[in-house]
Design a protein around this ligand. Sequence first.
Ligand SMILES: Cc1cc2nc3c(=O)[nH]c(=O)nc-3n(C[C@H](O)[C@H](O)[C@H](O)COP(=O)(O)OP(=O)(O)OC[C@H]3O[C@@H](n4cnc5c(N)ncnc54)[C@H](O)[C@@H]3O)c2cc1C
Length: 407
Amino acid sequence: MSAAATAASKVDGPKPIPVPNGDFYLLVELLTEEERAVVKKVRTYMETKVRPIINKYWSDDAFPFELLPSFKELGIGGLGYEGYGCAGGSQKLFGYVAMEIARTDASMCTFFGVHSGLAMGSIYLDGSEEQKRKWLPAMARWEKIGCFGLTEPLVGSGTAGGLTTTAKRDGDNWILNGQKRWIGNSPWCDISIIWARDVADNQVKGFIVENKTTPGFSVEKMEHKIALKVVQNGQITLTDVRVPEANRLQGGNSFRDTARVLRMTRYMVGWASTGIQMGAFEATLKYTQERSQFGKPIASFQMVQDILAKMLANVTACQCLMLRLAQLDDEGKLSDHQAALAKAFCTAKSRETVSWGRELLGGNGILADYDVGRFFADAEALYSYEGTYQMQNLIVGKAITGYGAFV
Ligand SMILES: Cc1cc2nc3c(=O)[nH]c(=O)nc-3n(C[C@H](O)[C@H](O)[C@H](O)COP(=O)(O)OP(=O)(O)OC[C@H]3O[C@@H](n4cnc5c(N)ncnc54)[C@H](O)[C@@H]3O)c2cc1C
């Protein structure tokens, strides 16, 4: 028997226990049968339709528009919102679905989150009854796809007090002027939620702008991104854009109302970054079992197993944390600082997990073809968007000390 074969036989032993899809603590058992069916449908879709093509789209900086008709059929438009033609269901299910989408691809999860969370959420949380009835059914059917314009070229973390985009009342209309940067889906979607400062009372207000038919509204696609390359981000310019009062979010009268939307979507980013970790862990585990060096699968080396165990610990910790947060959310108890803590923790852990995965793939971790390289890059964007790591910790810091350190 050759030396390599002898070495290989030493690793033969009891079969590894199945780690079902990175769900080591069987958290899926905490979902109802109905919820599990939704998650299974999403997983099957992501595995069969998205996974085979997504690395190519990612490498080409392109969005897979061909998938839109089938994506719409998943019935997940308006998950977590009751009425108005929305899919409804618990926040736990909304989060679990986001995790499941990100488990295959974080860009598709971001597309889903920008439309379902940021854009629909703004109308659901801050719109009048009439506005909800007008916009949400078409958005739930994905007939009108939305984006959320808060960040500006010169104002990112400081949007609460520093927005420079202005809104000026003019009879039954408002005149918007300014620029928005980084706005996901904006180069091609139908409606934008634009946040602007009312020059009369200096408060931040939200407006629904129809992208394709509003004079003075233009979008330039942002190029050269190194993460979330499938999502199309744009820089919006508003030049004397006239918006009727009927399109001003009637419940969006100060940044506190914007923050209610961000609380919900930051919670979703916690789920998405957990999904990235699941995807990276599963791909890495498989790779280490298939790749051999020194005549043995690299999964059999002690140092490799140490890293795999650390990756799984991160995945599992984030899943448990997010599920508890989902319970709080479903009970109507989710606070800004709880969402901020989860967003900061899960995105930071995600960076760590994907970098370990990339390491275990060796040179192949640098290629988009093996999925882990894509997760590695995408985790960076989640760490910074919807409020950076530092800003989330400052929100937590203010809550626990009573001192606001960033205003
Ligand atoms: C891929 C992607 C998609 C995005 N999509 C959208 C979107 O759809 N809609 C939208 O409105 N925005 C979007 N954004 C913008 C995103 O929310 C901002 O990038 C983010 O809020 C940070 O703002 P900034 O990039 O201007 O960084 P800055 O605010 O300039 O921050 C730079 C650094 O300074 C630190 N910093 C700033 N202030 C403080 C402080 N007081 N104390 C300590 N540290 C501080 C930050 O933590 C960070 O490390 C997206 C961004 C990305 C990358």
